[in-house]
Design a protein around this ligand. Structure first.
Ligand code: TRP
Length: 335
């Protein structure tokens, strides 16, 4: 049974509050795709990936539910897409083991993310090493053809594609090669201007921070260092604040920013105020939706999401188990 609409799968780690970088780079686009309904969309909170490094169990549970509520508030309407938690569908970890038989160790050792996350660590878990195998399982389980990801995940996607080829060569045409779909939004840097915006670096603004908190974080954010004083002309193309303007401000306003900044007609504070107001306007309906969410409500939503996901996952696993000769059940096809 091949799905009629293209099937899209993406995963997000519950590793902290959803911040404006996640929103502009990923979840805002996901929400647009959910509204359009041109594709079948599956979104997964990947808690089993979050446990590959040291973590706190209570904190993980809280973050998982908080993230789910944030995602619904962003527009991942559970009536129009499938939203679930990875560990609620046990087929993910089952398939990961089977796919590990078709994934070379050498390739895993070459993954940039593994090298970055393991470097200098006293304890590096086997799970961190096999992280990309679980990611392959997430995607292949649903035979998703499109996977929205950031640039940093393209290497994992390529590994998943190779796994499909190797597995299918050995066991028959079961899996489908997934294609990455890269975000069109330029990368938002941290507020300190030091690389990626990331909760672990404490350089983020949470999407659902109250407006005053939001502004207090945006106000001191890093801008073009050449603009020490208001009379110094700035370089918008090098400024993280302008990158965000490009995502949330109108064309006319973007022109105004370029003109006022390069002509030293206004200060960075004026520029940030405009950005803040535009963010605020966009976030009004999302904040309202976020306030409607409750832990009890979201647990129900995630339970239903897992049921929908599991129905697909179990179908794939029946094929996989038969093709691999695993278990006492169905015989190997054609065997
Ligand atoms: N590794 C991804 C990240 O860190 C998260 C992820 C896990 C994922 N499984 C996935 C993304 C499947 C897309 C598809 O961002």
């Amino acid at each position: 049974m091949s799905p009629t609409k293209p099937r899209v799968f993406s995963g997000i780690q519950p590793s902290g509050e959803l911040h404006i970088g996640n929103y502009l780079g990923a979840t805002r686009t996901w929400a647009q795709q959910v509204a359009e309904q041109k594709e079948e969309l599956i979104f997964c909170i990947v808690d089993a990936h979050a446990i590959t490094v040291e973590y706190d169990a209570k904190e993980l549970k809280k973050r998982t539910l908080d993230l789910a509520m944030d995602l619904v508030a962003c527009g991942l309407d559970p009536e129009k897409c499938t939203l679930f938690v990875q560990s609620d569908v046990r087929e993910h970890t089952e398939l990961a083991w089977y796919l590990a038989t078709a994934t070379p160790m050498g390739d895993l050792g070459r993954m940039t993310q593994f090298k970055d996350k393991s470097e200098g660590k006293e304890f590096v878990s086997t799970a961190l090493f096999t992280y990309p195998v679980l990611m392959s399982a997430d995607i292949l389980l649903y035979k998703a053809t499109v996977v929205p990801v950031g640039e940093d995940q393209v290497q994992h996607l390529e590994l998943a594609r190779e796994t499909v080829r190797r597995f299918n060569y050995r066991h028959g045409e079961i899996f489908v090669e997934p294609q990455p779909r890269l975000s069109k939004t330029p990368r938002i840097l941290g507020l300190d201007g030091q690389g990626k915006m990331s909760k672990s670096k404490n350089n983020t603004i949470a999407l659902f921070d109250e407006p005053d908190v939001f502004w207090n974080k945006l106000r001191p954010a890093f801008t073009d260092p050449q603009r020490a004083r208001k009379v110094d002309p700035g370089r918008p193309e090098l400024c993280n604040i302008f990158t965000m303007h490009k995502a949330v401000s109108s064309e006319d306003q973007q022109k105004e920013v370029v003109d006022s900044c390069t002509g030293a007609k206004w200060g960075c504070m004026d520029c940030k105020k405009m950005l803040f107001e535009n963010f605020n306007r966009e976030l009004v309906p999302l904040r309202a939706k976020r306030k409607e969410q409750t832990p009890e409500g979201i647990v129900k939503v995630l339970g239903e999401g897992a049921d929908k996901a599991r129905a697909i996952a179990q179908g794939t696993m029946r094929e996989v188990r038969a093709a691999m000769g695993i278990g006492s059940g169905a015989p190997v096809p054609g065997g």
